[in-house]
Design a protein around this ligand. Sequence first.
Ligand SMILES: C[S@@+](CC[C@H](N)C(=O)[O-])C[C@H]1O[C@@H](n2cnc3c(N)ncnc32)[C@H](O)[C@@H]1O
Length: 264
Amino acid sequence: MGWVKQWPKIVLALLLQLLAIGVLALLVKGLSLVVSPPYPDWALVLAQAVIAALLSWWLPYWWRWIQLFIPIGLYAALLLDVSPLMALVLFVLLWLVFRNSVVNRVPLYLTNDITRQALKELVKDRSSVRFIDLGCGLGHNVVYMSKLANVQQSLGVETAWLPYWWAKTQAILRGGQVLRQDIDSVDLSQYELIYAFLSPEPMPKLWQKVQAEMQPDAIFVSNSFAVPDVIPDAIWQLADKRQTELFVYKKDSLSESNQELKHA
Ligand SMILES: C[S@@+](CC[C@H](N)C(=O)[O-])C[C@H]1O[C@@H](n2cnc3c(N)ncnc32)[C@H](O)[C@@H]1O
């Protein structure tokens, strides 16, 4: 069962919708012994949605809602005679924004102001900092860091097209630099503050890269997602609504005795 969980969630969701059709067919067969068909379309669609949501209980919780609303949404679109072109446009837009959710299992969500202030705090004693945001989303961190007096370079890399265009425009207008580049191809030895807000999925591979390339005096900061089996040099717990945790790693200081809990 473990290997199934490794499949992309979108594939699992589709398979569970198909399984829900099978379960619904069995239920309809059973029901037909008691109440003779036909049954109203809306009831069948609702049953499909509920069964798919229930079958998805083991996926992250938001998938249950997606599974519930997809059959209902499709049915509503049919009733309202929405052009299939709209679905295509919607799909293309979603792909342009959330491409990395499917390809790298990293969705788009954004760092908040309190976290950005913590990043500033982390390097306040350094006179010269080169900052990189690995997967910079809409570029807010890049712009913010570019305005700090001790930040000499502020770069973001991003591969999802719409966030990239947005971040690039922001950088041109407000400061910093954004490149359409994959995290894998960045040379991390050029930066003193390496920041990532990704997901659990890429962390083991990213840590290999960080260890191989990061300079001894640099720090790697991961928002919310710790590197598995590696003890951070420090954990900053922030006083924001989502109780953000910043995991701070140095190249060589990984022993448990170095662990420090800081309340910001
Ligand atoms: C959770 S968002 C964080 C956005 C931004 N760093 C922030 O903190 O506000 C992660 C971003 O990383 C991007 N991303 C994921 N994998 C990537 C990769 N291999 N190369 C470049 N960008 C990537 C996603 O498209 C997404 O915009």
